[in-house]
Design a binder for this molecule. Sequence first.
Ligand SMILES: Cc1cc2nc3c(=O)[nH]c(=O)nc-3n(C[C@H](O)[C@H](O)[C@H](O)COP(=O)(O)OP(=O)(O)OC[C@H]3O[C@@H](n4cnc5c(N)ncnc54)[C@H](O)[C@@H]3O)c2cc1C
Ligand code: SF4
Ligand code: SF4
Length: 500
Amino acid sequence: MPFAITQTCCTDASCVSVCPVNCIHPAPGEPDFGTTDMLYVDPRTCIDCGACADACPVDAVFPVERLSASLAGYAQLNADFYANRPVSAAIEGESPMFHDWQQPAFTRTLPADMAPLDVAVVGTGPAGMYAAQDLLLHTSSRVTLLDRLDTPGGLVRFGVAPDHPSTKRIGESFARFHRHPRVRMRLGTEVGRDITADELARRHDAVVWAVGAPAPKDLDLPGAELPGSIAADTVVGWYNGHPEVPADAVDTSVSRVVVVGTGNVAIDVARVLTAPPADLAGTPVAPHALAALRAGAIREVVLLARGGPDAIAATAPELRELLGRSGVDVLVDEHDPRIAESLDGPAAGDAHGLLRGAAREKIDWSVPAERPRVVFRFHSAPERFEGAVRVQGVQTVDGTAIPAGLVVRAVGHRGRPVPGLPFDDDRGVVPNDSGRVEGRPGHYVVGWIKRGPSGGIGTNRGCAAETVGALLDDAVAGRLPDRASRPSPVHSMLQRLGRG
Ligand SMILES: Cc1cc2nc3c(=O)[nH]c(=O)nc-3n(C[C@H](O)[C@H](O)[C@H](O)COP(=O)(O)OP(=O)(O)OC[C@H]3O[C@@H](n4cnc5c(N)ncnc54)[C@H](O)[C@@H]3O)c2cc1C
Ligand code: SF4
Ligand code: SF4
């Protein structure tokens, strides 16, 4: 029986490099790799060796016969990806086993006499860790890893939902590198507050900025500042035990929550807030959040979207999981004729196609939900948040009033300016060329601060490979700032500051 890739795939392609028959696609370098939600195993050519399952950092790969009921559909989904793609016999006389696709290459060639580099990596989220991993595995560089928080991991630790423990497990594979003999960890050290970018640069050959895109995008609407209107990051930080989010940041005494947005973060919030607490017990959910959800009254989350179902922002795996849950209804509010037109028409993508399987109903918002439910309301952007002293509901552009005690703004993120580096205010990123910061030799960016807030954990692997490639090219070509002028290493300085 072949293997199949399932919901938690983060497209880091670790499985691709170990598959002996090249049957996992799209692979790095192939046209769809940058946009795919997940990778797929070709069941026609899989030889059942299990190497992919061993290599997968998030437990996304299983033998088809061992798929749980909720993941069973992934066997067909993997097969469907290859439905119109032929296999060909690459070796004459042998059975068709190899694809015409080329084997992916994961190599890095450097001069044998290259001196070890001292590189500072600012941020221990996926982008910083993939960059550090690339440097440690392919060069003799020494890496200083800095993070403003005392706990490393970035959004793997404080973003990924607690009911996705296998996705969180990728943090364990990153943590192996925290203990690498050529790594110095400097946690609780905020660059810009505890040490300047210039000081850091003077003490290293290069600085790789992997600081993410931590600022929630604003919703400039009347009432957005009312108590009870909160950013999705607050909810996410609350259920993940982020040290800067108070334990009482989310009011769970309300019965209906409106979430503005339909992206993966909006779906995470809807799923966790409506989850039976028993399902969250035993996950890494913050104890205060679990206790508040147990004692709370949330029965319904309404997801508001400006566009129609064909413009849903969530990826297919997230939506499939939401639709497959038992005990929580998922409905589309059929308040507008365009919704049926869209859902009965051709699928504009995998997620749109999945939505066509959801129940539809014209919702009466004056009636509280009888059973726990998540409702998608399309063509219904918020116009203002209602309430005198705290949020009591949302008025939508189509003239509907939806009573709600909590409104969560999940409309995306943007980067924050990094002191000492240029900043593109329109895109919310540090302007760069393949990771090289414009006009600042020796400074590089990777991850969400480099390309903007899109792409899952694994996307940062290829992104880091490009940035580290640029850094090493510059090192080989002598384009890094002069090493001879460096004063003492950063840890001595931080020790003087009492943070070493
Ligand atoms: C809520 C949420 C849930 C997600 N869930 C998933 C998921 O389930 N699966 C998936 O594949 N992808 C998921 N993603 C996407 C994934 O988390 C991102 O692709 C990834 O985290 C981006 O990595 P990064 O390293 O650029 O940023 P981050 O992960 O944000 O890391 C940035 C790090 O830099 C540190 N830092 C910032 N400024 C400084 C400074 N000045 N000095 C020192 N340190 C600093 C921060 O503390 C942080 O540790 C999710 C994203 C969000 C927002
Ligand atoms: S089980 Fe082996 S052959 Fe099949 S996809 Fe995984 S690595 Fe490739
Ligand atoms: S998470 Fe990575 S290793 Fe696991 S299936 Fe997806 S691409 Fe392969």
